[in-house]
Design a protein around this ligand. Structure first.
Ligand code: BES
Ligand code: MN
Ligand code: ZN
Length: 467
């Protein structure tokens, strides 16, 4: 094995693996896999993404190695004594073992690592097997959130619409044993609040709008920080009267932000981090066409009183998010807000399929998110809030338009959203249009762990990020 380890090319990147070594002893077959951990971190530096990379590599091996019943990870002390790495390894291991069989029958049914029954962590270090098992269990809780995110994104619109998404949120709260509560505002309650931007989008669908608000409270009720996490929840985006002419079938993933938010809620509800109260908000609806649907040139009024001239009905996400932001900022008084959405094709063009874009005026929040994204291996890149582009959102007849010029569309979308949050409040918009979907594997679960880990850290004092 040690000899084999020398075969690693280029210094054994974290997550790289050697071919499986098969050893027969006492009539039994054992399989060994050597996994790279990357280069040794410098003093004081965390292991960052080692856990996620290794968890994913092992899960993929377990999936291809049939009839593996039990798996043992033999970990070096540096990894075994780093709680964050163990959590990451476990959550990525379990979340990678996902198969969506809801719409398959007979031979089409594929269960990931079907034969695997148990997982044990071993180390020669001082860490007890109990605390390692605890890390495995915490990882499982996170993975259950990520599975939910994938299930929501993979479900087509005829199976999951905004009404069934609201039912899912209610069920999550019931299953949380009291750590999560769920309130769903109906159309009238949204009207009372003047949520004209959101309701304008929802008008074209036969499904009633569902404004989902889940609240997490820590078990001891001690709250140091109150935060908001918002997700774009378009259960389908046809484009509306500016109907999509390209790849409309992908637009079942337009609830990717909402899915990440509900997945994070499930994980947080199970992990029960101290010190943070979190509000999970999704203004769920569909962008469809009927005789009530909005048309270009309509003017809508959002719940903060701003008027918006609709120049393109396909720029609908920002309209639903406008009212969700006002609700989190003004009605709930959240101290900081992050928002995840599959908002623009332009972000996908800029950053590709693996990296999400982050827009924020707050440097501390940008640094926090960059750090979280490194450990969770959900890659992100900070993008500019180019104020001069605000010119593009000026309307001749209303306060704003919902459409910028053809270039820099992901930036004008972020600038649009900034109109619905108090200027000084830390707020980040995260565009996950690229990484939410893998053309081969379907939903990736992107964003759930990012949001959950960000929320968890909000409850730690002085920005300290370890348990
Ligand atoms: N949901 C889409 C964004 C999107 C498009 C994500 C393609 C992933 C792939 C969003 O509602 C949308 O349609 N955005 C338009 C905005 C435009 C009309 C300003 C877009 O990106 O084309
Ligand atoms: Mn659209
Ligand atoms: Zn959309």
């Amino acid at each position: 094995m040690v000899e084999n380890a020398k075969d690693f090319k280029n210094g054994a990147e974290a997550g790289s693996t050697l071919p499986t070594l098969r050893v027969f002893a006492n009539g039994k077959a054992k399989r060994y896999i050597v996994v790279g951990l990357g280069s040794e971190p410098k003093d004081g530096k965390s292991l960052e993404s080692v856990g996620s990379a290794v968890g994913k590599a092992i899960a993929m091996k377990c999936d291809t190695e049939k009839k593996v019943k039990t798996a043992t990870f033999l970990l070096p002390q540096s990894v075994a004594s780093d709680t964050q790495s163990l959590n990451d390894m476990s959550s990525t291991f379990f979340s990678t073992l996902y198969g969506d069989n809801r719409f398959r029958t007979g031979k089409k049914v594929k269960i990931a690592a079907e034969d695997l029954q148990s997982l044990t962590l071993l180390s020669d270090g001082p860490i007890s097997s109990d605390s390692m098992q605890d890390a495995v269990n915490r990882g499982k809780k996170m993975a259950s959130g990520i599975h939910m995110t994938k299930d929501i994104v993979n479900a087509p619109h005829n199976v999951l619409n905004s009404e069934s998404l609201a039912d899912t949120a209610r069920r999550l709260a019931e299953e949380s044993g009291g750590s999560l509560t769920c309130r769903v505002l109906d159309k009238e309650e949204c009207e009372e609040r003047g949520m004209g931007a959101y309701l304008g989008v929802a008008r074209g669908s036969e499904t009633q709008p569902q404004f989902i608000h889940m609240t997490y409270t820590p078990p001891d009720g001690v709250v140091k920080k109150k935060v908001g996490v918002i997700g774009k929840g378009l259960l389908f985006d046809t484009g509306g009267y500016n109907v999509k002419t390209n790849m409309m079938e992908l637009m079942k993933f337009d609830c990717g932000g909402a899915a990440a938010v509900l997945g994070a809620a499930r994980a947080i509800g199970a992990l029960k981090p101290p010190g943070v109260e979190c509000h999970f908000v999704v203004a769920a609806c569909e962008n469809m066409i009927n005789d009530k649907a909005i048309v270009p040139s309509d003017i809508l009024t959002a719940s903060n009183g701003k008027t918006i001239e609709i120049l393109n009905t396909d720029a609908e996400g920002r309209l639903t998010l406008a009212d969700a932001l006002v609700y989190c900022d003004k009605e709930l008084d959240c101290e900081s807000i992050i928002e995840l959405s599959t908002l623009t094709g332009a972000c996908m063009i800029a950053l590709g399929k693996s990296v999400c874009g982050v827009w924020t005026n707050d440097d501390d929040l940008a640094a926090e998110l960059a750090d979280v994204s490194k450990t969770t291996e959900e890659k992100s890149w900070r993008m500019p809030m180019e104020k001069s582009y605000n010119e593009q959102l000026k309307s001749k007849v209303a306060d704003l338009t919902n459409l910028g010029a053809p270039y820099g569309g992901s930036i004008t979308a972020a600038l649009f959203l900034q109109n619905f949050v108090s200027k000084k409040k830390p707020f980040a918009h995260i565009d996950i249009a690229g990484p939410v979907w893998d053309d081969k594997l379907g939903a990736t679960g992107f964003g759930a762990k990012l949001a959950a880990e960000w929320v968890r850290r909000q409850g730690q004092s002085n920005g300290e990020n370890k348990e």
